[in-house]
Write a new protein. Sequence first.
Length: 391
Amino acid sequence: MRSTFALLDDCQYRLKAAAALLSVSENTLRTYVKDSGIEIKRATADNPNSPAVRIFTLDNIFQLAAWRRKQGLIKPLSATPICIAVELIKGGTGKSTTTAEIGIQLQLSGYRVLMIDLDVQANLTQLMGYESDLEDGEAATNDLNSDAIVHGTFAEVVKPYLENSRPGANKMDDISHYIKWPFGADGPALIPSDTFLGDLEHAIVATRDTRELVFRSFFRASTEGKIPGLNVKDFDFVLFDCPPSISFVASNAIAVSDYIIAPVKMDSFGVKGVSRLVGEINYIQSKSGQQPELIILPTHYSSNVSRVARMSQKLQTYKDNLPDMSISSSELFPKSQEYYMPLTLQQPTSAPVKEYRKFTDFLLQKIGAKEYAAAKEAAAKEAAAARSVAA
Ligand SMILES: Nc1ncnc2c1ncn2[C@@H]1O[C@H](COP(=O)(O)OP(=O)(O)O)[C@@H](O)[C@H]1O
Ligand SMILES: [Mg+2]
């Protein structure tokens, strides 16, 4: 029995695809295999007549990514996780797709990623292999075990915390069983969504604390070890896939995030969604002091549509937030949903996956530079303080 809808056993990669997944040259990958001692089977194991090429399974790929991290070949970026909200107040712009693709790619780079589905439509949950409506009785008929069922969402994770902060509350239960590991322990983690996620909005509205800052206090409590079963410090990145509507859930994601990625659909008409988002970020900043950096990612790009040219021009208002890259319009994305797996894992050498990889690299470089500058500033301050003590 499988634990998700995805046919993970069918995912087999030859050297070139495996190297693309891990963003290294084929030679470097050969060295990784040798040094790590991770056993990679040969095609001849299944079919004696085939060439003796190495066949990497999905497990092998995530094992190699994790090994790379343990070897210190990947430097942790910061002591607490970098939070990224993928957000735009408009549906169908590529938010869930972007969360899934960069989530997988960051994990493949060697970082530990937690993705949180904040949309009741549960598209991210589906891209990670789960049907949010699947119930216990139906699982077995689909050849699935109980791991394939969504037993709880971020609502079940946060609500006990909110209830626990009331006086006289009981001890919190461990929430680790709500966290999914769709590709095994070396892969990314997911807090999935289903229709009951809607309860989270109600719980936030009912709180007596500042409504926009619930996630922030929850994350602080988590890093202090006060949430049994979830310490967000175990992750390098937390990615939020946000709903297309204005809600406290979406505002909370902004208030806890270091970066906001806004996927903008290029074959559409307006940039109103972006200006609305900028307004929302400014409002949250006035409430929380948090100043997330906005990054616009053009999606559904096509060079020969006049609407795209017009949109490109309109986006120039936000040129400081607009990296020189975009994701092409590609039928491969809607198709990838049928297989319950992000395109990165299905077609690692395809053109749109390369575009997402370029964007992920850009993101890592940007974050690295910012963290480095922050660390340098902190060190300078410390040195100045030490000097003043000495004097
Ligand atoms: N670059 C793209 N080109 C073509 N189709 C895309 C692209 N990105 C996403 N899609 C498709 O568009 C639809 C909406 O994407 P999705 O990521 O779910 O948007 P959102 O989360 O913003 O509602 C999906 O069917 C998805 O497969
Ligand atoms: Mg979505």
